[in-house]
Write a protein that binds this ligand. Structure first.
Ligand code: NIG
Length: 392
């Protein structure tokens, strides 16, 4: 079954082919099978006329915490009155999440992914990290694995109140890791003051690696620290937040395969300095942009908003921001460039519109993508297609 997507005023392939005007795409069995000028498009079984709109790869949201219940608007409001963000707020969400029950967590996750799709997101990573005991973390990983593209085990998000840190880490790298290993493909740690130090973080990541999980790190969010260097040393796919970076951190990232994932909505909500995207790109690092949807620091799945912020506030060009939120996110999940074929798990590449990539398409309700930043906050997503099928 093939579908011709035509009437594309501006096509961002996010590949060497660049941006094409008056373009068309053919999708066959969920994968892009042809890309080029509309006048040269081959026939297909079906047609979607985009009506003179811009098309991008769907957003790849490589950092979310979608498995939670509860609300921390009071904490947010206090912060807006001058308070600062403290990792301890995670425990409030832990209580609400532990008492939610499986069907409610599942319903909340489905609603959150549906909202993300309505905003142009086609790939969603999500994490555990609000259960903080074996039973609740395994439940979170199991629920996440039913709906998310990638699942990250973040048992090392915070030492739960009243627990001893070493005892808790024994549980994280022991029964908790055993329990989530069938559902998660990544391990992560919040390597930050108030959460886990370098030695503790190293222990968690080594245990996950040993179990065959890929590594990612929350690092350098609240101050300079060891997160970035640890991530690069362990060949983590990404280090996320990256607000406070030394010159040595930037150089290490630029000389590595580790993606620096920026979370601009979180930076605004916590009133931390925005991650230094311009410096990272100028040094040659790969950057990603993700939403960081969570109830404490970033209660939004709007990648449109994050991309807009990167252009308006972080001085990325539109093309750089689009690339960071598509190809960058895919690289942060190690789902980028698979040479037009399939990866070792039989999955097509994400984050680009090239032959052989997943037909994950974001059709903007605008003739060009610069409208994302030019008309900030306006509804910008016309349709979203996942593997060539309408996502809403
Ligand atoms: O990515 N930084 C750590 N974890 C989340 C926030 C967790 C919370 O406060 O609920 C984040 O910002």
């Amino acid at each position: 079954m093939s579908t011709l997507f035509t009437g594309i005023s501006e096509l961002h392939t996010v590949s060497e082919a660049g941006t094409l005007d008056d373009a068309a795409i053919v999708v066959t069995d969920g994968v892009v099978s042809w890309v080029g000028q509309r006048s040269q498009a081959p026939a297909a079984d079906d047609i979607v006329d985009c009506g003179g709109r811009a098309v991008l790869p769907g957003w790849v949201d490589s950092h979310t915490h979608m498995i939670f219940d509860g609300d921390r608007s009071a904490e947010f409001e206090a912060r807006m009155s001058g308070g600062s963000y403290e990792a301890g707020g995670i425990a409030v969400t832990m209580d609400a999440t532990r008492s939610a029950g499986e069907s409610r967590l599942e319903q909340l996750l489905v609603e959150r992914i549906a909202a993300a799709r309505r905003g142009g997101t086609t790939t969603v990573e999500t994490k555990t990290g609000y259960g903080l005991n074996t039973e609740s973390e395994v439940l979170a990983a199991r629920v996440a694995s039913k709906y998310a593209d990638d699942v990250t085990f973040l048992g090392a998000h915070l030492v739960p109140p009243g627990a001893d840190a070493d005892d808790y880490l024994d549980e994280v790298v022991g029964p908790m890791l055993d329990g989530v290993a069938d559902y998660a493909n990544w391990i992560d740690v919040f390597c930050e003051r108030g959460a886990f130090d370098e030695t503790q973080s190293r222990r968690v990541l080594a245990a996950g690696k040993e179990r065959g999980l890929g590594v990612r790190v929350h690092g350098n969010q609240l101050g300079e620290g060891p997160g970035v260097q640890l991530a690069v040393e362990l060949d983590a796919a990404s280090v996320d937040h990256v607000n406070y970076l030394s010159d040595a951190d930037i150089e290490a990232l630029a000389n590595s395969e580790t993606v620096a994932t920026m979370l601009p909505a979180c930076d605004l909500s916590t009133r931390e300095p925005l991650a230094p995207g311009r410096r990272l790109l100028d040094a040659g690092a790969t950057v990603a942009i993700a939403s960081n949807l969570n109830p404490g620091t970033s209660y939004t799945s709007s990648m449109n908003f994050c991309v807009t912020t990167a252009v308006l506030q972080q001085r990325l060009s539109l093309d750089e921001a689009v690339r960071a939120a598509t190809f960058g996110g895919a690289k942060a999940l190690r789902r980028h460039d698979v040479g037009g074929g399939l990866d070792a798990q039989g999955r097509p590449a994400k984050g680009t519109i090239v032959e052989g990539a997943a037909a994950d398409l974001h059709v903007l309700d605008a003739p060009s993508a610069i409208h994302l930043a030019y008309r900030p906050g306006m509804p910008m997503t016309w349709r979203t297609f996942v593997a060539g099928k309408p996502a809403f």
